[in-house]
Ligand binder design. Structure first.
Ligand code: KIV
Ligand code: ZN
Length: 512
């Protein structure tokens, strides 16, 4: 048994399935690059057959990522598998991940297939996939709630067909650590050819135990791959969180005795990038990446940490990429210094044009805000106006008037397919007036289901980061905008959400 623990990141596939977390092709590539920098072993880039957009995203990632294996999900049928193989053609290392449900409930109610039909379909699919790529992962969906005898038959058969990784999903987050660990152990002990495949765990967080279950799958069950997402992003309560599981294995190497290839110094930047791209804000007390994760508020703790850090710290903040709110650049910083800081933060912009646009935005920001923090730079490069993606709507300028006792009024200029339009409205507050002014022109009819403001670097001098979640015709999208003026940040977030609603993609749900 190898002592290496494979980290399989599915932020761009299972994470993106979270309502509102959908990302554009370029956003996905940016995150994939950050995952490569993190030295993630496998990047699940998407579900190629689910939509043209996902196909192109997987293809683009496969063409650019050279260090990590690039994987596409696919249902257990020839069409999906062929699409996945086609999208992965340019990959240095390609994996097809095919799945079919094996629990009695899913087979009967969802698939309307008999167990024998499912077994046959699983075998045929793995055989078909193995003719296209050498690296094939098989998942029995809802595996943890499946009959163990039937599951043993299916998994033995797919390993015989050439599956190189067997992943056991706890699709609905029902498992508890000891039972899940023993479940994996039983499967590995009972399946005669179990040693021909790498065993993998995939846990959802419905009971808040995804990380604990995954670790038990490794420690008790002997699994050597963990499937996880940055910030634990994912449907419902999310997936196993990469930063937590990785730091658990690294910090408690004495117990797990496993090597992980992850370069943890890029974790915080990855977390910021995913949260700013999706609009899913990280809670302050989240382990490893939350704003308070390394803050010692109580006097006793502060005193202890000042005398000897290890009195209260089990990890060093800088080892996971916290740079203690350093003032990095100012008004007088030049393009080279800016570019170097981007590199230090692990940000690679697509082209020199993007660097120039980002630098121009940085200068504008530095004129308005004397201290520029790393968080500001990360927010800035996530801004749609920096990435050269053609968007339907773009922010130009805004003015608003609010005074005690008066109804606020806003006037906004924005672009619609490159053409400037001007619109105005009053509202309950300046934000409400600004968004109503946009809506008066766009008439999207979308319902706002979430509005939240977050101070990027923690003081009133910082930029406000606004998330707007819109719902329209069954689609849910998040838009994110940042600016020192939160009314402008709100307008940018609203326009960004409208852009995402525009890029309609009828996707097939992975668990559909
Ligand atoms: O949770 C799950 O079952 C999945 C599979 C598609 C692997 O995400
Ligand atoms: Zn899943």
């Amino acid at each position: 048994m190898s002592d290496k623990l494979i980290i399989f990141d599915t932020t761009l596939r299972d994470g993106e399935q979270s309502p509102g977390a959908s990302m554009t092709k370029d956003e996905k590539l940016r995150i994939a690059r950050q995952l490569e920098r993190l030295k993630v072993d496998v990047i699940e880039a998407g579900f190629a057959a689910s939509s043209n957009g996902d196909f192109e995203a997987v293809q683009q990632i496969a063409n650019h990522i050279k260090e990590s294996t690039v994987c596409s999900l696919s249902r257990a049928n020839d069409r999906d598998i062929s699409r996945a193989a086609e999208a992965l053609k340019g990959a240095a290392r390609a994996r097809i991940h095919t799945f079919i449900a094996t629990s009695a409930l899913h087979m009967e109610k969802k698939l309307r297939m008999t167990p024998d039909q499912v077994l046959e379909q699983a075998k045929l699919s793995v055989r078909f996939a193995r003719n296209l790529v050498a690296d094939v992962e098989f998942s029995p969906e809802d595996g943890y709630r499946s009959d163990v005898d039937f599951l043993c038959r299916v998994l033995e058969a797919v390993i015989d067909e050439g599956a190189t990784t067997i992943n056991v999903p706890d699709t609905v987050g029902y498992a508890v650590p000891e039972l899940y660990g023993h479940f994996i152990k039983t499967l590995r002990e009972r399946i005669p050819n179990a040693d021909k495949a790498v065993w993998s765990v995939h846990c959802h967080n419905d009971l808040g135990m995804a990380v604990a279950n995954s670790l038990a799958g490794v420690k008790i069950g002997g699994a050597r791959q963990i499937e996880c997402t940055i910030n634990g992003l994912g449907e419902r309560a999310g997936n196993c969180s990469l930063e937590e599981v990785v730091m658990a294995v690294k910090t408690r190497r004495d117990y797990y005795g496993l090597d992980v290839g992850i370069d943890a110094r890029h974790i915080v930047a990855a977390s910021r990038m995913v949260s700013q791209t999706t609009g899913f804000v990280v809670q302050p007390n989240k382990a490893v990446v939350g704003a308070n994760a390394f803050a010692h508020a109580s006097g006793i703790h502060q005193d202890g940490v000042l005398k000897a850090r290890d009195t209260y710290e089990i990890m060093r903040a800088e080892d996971v990429g916290w740079s203690a709110n350093k003032i990095v650049l100012g008004k007088l910083s030049g393009r080279n210094a800016f570019k170097q800081r981007l590199q230090e933060l692990g940000v690679q912009l697509g082209s020199e044009v993007e660097v120039n646009t980002a630098f121009a935005r940085f200068k504008e920001l530095a004129d308005r805000k004397s201290e520029i923090f790393d968080e500001d730079i990360l927010a800035l490069v996530n801004d749609e106006s920096v990435t050269a993606e053609r968007e339907q709507y773009g922010f130009v300028s805004l003015s608003q008037k609010s005074e005690t006792g008066e109804r606020p009024h806003a006037s906004i200029v924005f672009t619609v397919e490159g053409r400037e339009v001007q619109s105005q409205s009053d509202g309950n507050g300046p934000v409400d007036a600004s968004l109503k002014a946009i809506e008066a022109e766009v008439k999207s009819g979308a319902e706002m289901v979430l509005y939240s403001v977050n101070a990027i670097s923690g003081s009133t001098e910082s930029q406000g980061e606004v998330t707007v979640r819109l719902q329209n015709s069954g689609r849910v999208v998040n838009g994110v905008g940042s600016d020192p003026d939160i009314v402008v940040a709100s307008a940018k977030a609203y326009l960004s959400a409208l852009n995402k609603l525009q890029s309609k993609a009828d996707r097939v749900a992975a668990q559909g």
